[in-house]
Design a protein around this ligand. Structure first.
Ligand SMILES: [Zn+2]
Length: 226
């Protein structure tokens, strides 16, 4: 069950700590919607950039992030954003443990979950996530489902914000009267809105799905009861 005994919950998950998170947080805060922001603390600096089409994507410096993300969740995205399944065990562990330590120091809170960089993992990676005490870990394969699976360390989201069925899923979620808990879990990168000039997607989604008495608007950790 979700906060306040509700049977439906919405949560978002956005990766990489990039500059466009500022605009995304402004939108989410305006609609009372919460997200987890997944951070690579080993490269979380404005000096870390990459090209996405014509857009130069830039991570933010750490200063100011606790204020920016206040009320939301900050979660692990590994220390340096590697393909974890290609690393040896000690390196995988280091990617989680050091990111957790950094995030707990920067944000003053225990971190409870993560998003896999590139969405990829194998059984060894999942075992180490568990050994590090993280309660959930997210991939990037759309399920278009609201069911909550038993294994939260191989959790897959409902959909990406670019899913052509996004608003149909939102309507069906809004209209549903479920017996068992149902979670709408949306993920993406905020720089995609700028690169593709489609901030209206998240604005319209939030406007449609917010302010409903039967939906809990919560962080990932709250949605998973952690
Ligand atoms: Zn990422």
């Amino acid at each position: 069950m979700f906060p306040d005994g509700k049977k439906k919950a919405l949560t978002l998950s956005y990766d990489d700590g990039v500059e466009q998170d500022r605009r995304l947080v402004e939108i989410l805060n305006r609609y009372g919607i919460k997200a987890a922001f997944n951070i690579n603390s080993g490269i979380q600096t404005g000096a870390n950039t990459w090209q996405n089409g014509k857009l130069l994507v830039r991570r933010m410096n750490v200063a100011g992030l606790p204020a920016l993300y206040a009320g939301h969740e900050v979660a692990v995205h590994s220390l340096t954003h590697p393909h974890l399944e290609n690393l040896d065990e000690e390196s995988i562990r280091n990617e989680f443990e050091q990111d957790m330590l950094n995030l707990e120091r920067i944000f003053g809170k225990k971190v409870q979950g993560m998003a896999y960089p590139y969405g990829t993992f194998n059984d060894t990676v999942v075992r180490i996530v568990q050994e590090c005490g993280l309660g959930y870990a997210r991939g990037i394969v759309s399920t278009r489902s609201f069911d909550i699976p038993g294994d939260l360390l191989r959790f897959q989201p409902t959909c990406h914000h670019n899913d052509e069925k996004l608003m149909l899923l939102a309507e069906s979620f809004i209209n549903s009267k479920p017996e068992k808990p149902q979670l709408f879990y949306l993920w993406g990168h905020s720089y995609e809105f700028e690169a593709e000039n489609n901030w209206h997607i998240i604005e319209e989604f939030c406007k449609t799905i917010s302010g409903r008495a039967d939906i809990a608007y919560c962080t990932n950790a709250e949605a998973f009861g952690l």
